[in-house]
Design a protein around this ligand. Structure first.
Ligand SMILES: [Zn+2]
Ligand SMILES: [Zn+2]
Length: 295
């Protein structure tokens, strides 16, 4: 389960297929395959991400930007997703998953992990001091990757969230504080995972000259006006949309090396609405996962 599911339920994303089965971080096994499929066999462990398919033909697909494809389809948004016992997915856009951590622990890698990783890649290889605003599913996964790659992570939570800050420090963040605080050192880049537009000027204040602020979410509240001074000196603000298969393959290769450990709260399928409710109210630590087997 992902914050994007809430934005879809709330009508903040405008083009859902209706009626719709949500869910775009799917882990399961293959029970049936189409006639021409060669890359999967029955029984394979499989991961199905947000990008359900891209056309391969538009100007973006031709430039290796299938994440921006004009004709892209999205799992749990424009095609049915994974809040279900069975789902149908395009084999060409599904990932092989190695044996390893359980399905519930693996599920958050499929969106929080993949799209988080794309944000991280775009923040740049030379971003040694890396700020992460919003310490939910994506933040806690990315911190582990960044620490493994010897970055210095500065974690920003809601002000006063001492539990979240403690969690960030346990995962290796060199500093954790409220998003209204200034870090003790200037940041080379910052990634914002919380859907809060006011964090953009806050993050710009914390990054050095030439630094980048990356917005990793699909939805954000309006950005308040801010003085040009904050953007001056070649600071940049940019968003990250969706994922490419390359992002997925890279991340799924790195994750077991770290190894990324996810914290999950498991709900049975019939408690999907409770899980959405808890996610909305900030009551989920780590990631909420629906399990078809749980009761
Ligand atoms: Zn998502
Ligand atoms: Zn395309």
């Amino acid at each position: 389960m992902c914050r994007t599911d809430l934005h879809i339920v709330d009508g903040e994303l405008l083009e859902p297929k209706l009626p719709l089965i949500l869910g775009h971080e799917i882990v399961g096994s293959v029970v049936q395959i189409g006639g021409k499929i060669e890359n999967f066999r029955i029984g394979d462990r499989v991961g199905v991400p947000w990008l359900a398919s891209a056309c391969g033909d538009c100007r973006y697909c031709k430039k290796c930007q299938e994440n921006l494809c004009e004709n892209a389809r999205f799992t749990g948004y424009t095609v049915n997703g994974g809040f279900a016992e069975y789902t149908v997915a395009d084999a060409a856009f599904s990932f092989h998953l190695a044996a390893g951590p359980g399905d519930a622990e693996t599920a958050p890698l499929l969106c929080a992990g993949l799209i988080g990783y794309r944000s991280y890649r775009i923040a740049g290889k030379d971003a040694r001091n890396l700020g992460i605003y919003g310490f939910g599913a994506a933040g806690h996964i990315l911190t582990q990757v960044a620490v493994y790659q010897e970055r210095r992570v500065y974690a920003f939570t809601k002000s006063g969230d001492s539990k979240g800050q403690e969690f960030a420090r346990r995962l290796g963040a060199v500093w954790a504080g409220g998003s209204d605080e200034q870090p003790p050192e200037q940041l080379d880049a910052a990634i914002i995972f919380a859907p809060v537009g006011a964090l953009i000027p806050a993050a710009l204040r914390a990054v050095r000259k030439g630094g980048t602020v990356v917005c990793g979410g699909i939805y954000m509240s309006d950005i308040p006006s801010f003085p040009y001074q904050l953007l001056w000196e070649e600071r940049a603000v940019r968003s990250v949309a969706n994922l490419t298969r390359r992002d997925g393959e890279e991340f799924l290769e790195i994750a077991p090396q770290v190894p990324v450990k996810t914290r999950v709260q498991v709900y049975s399928l019939d408690r999907a609405n409770d899980a959405l409710h808890d996610l909305r109210n900030g009551k989920v630590e780590g990631a909420a996962v629906l399990s078809m087997g749980a009761s």
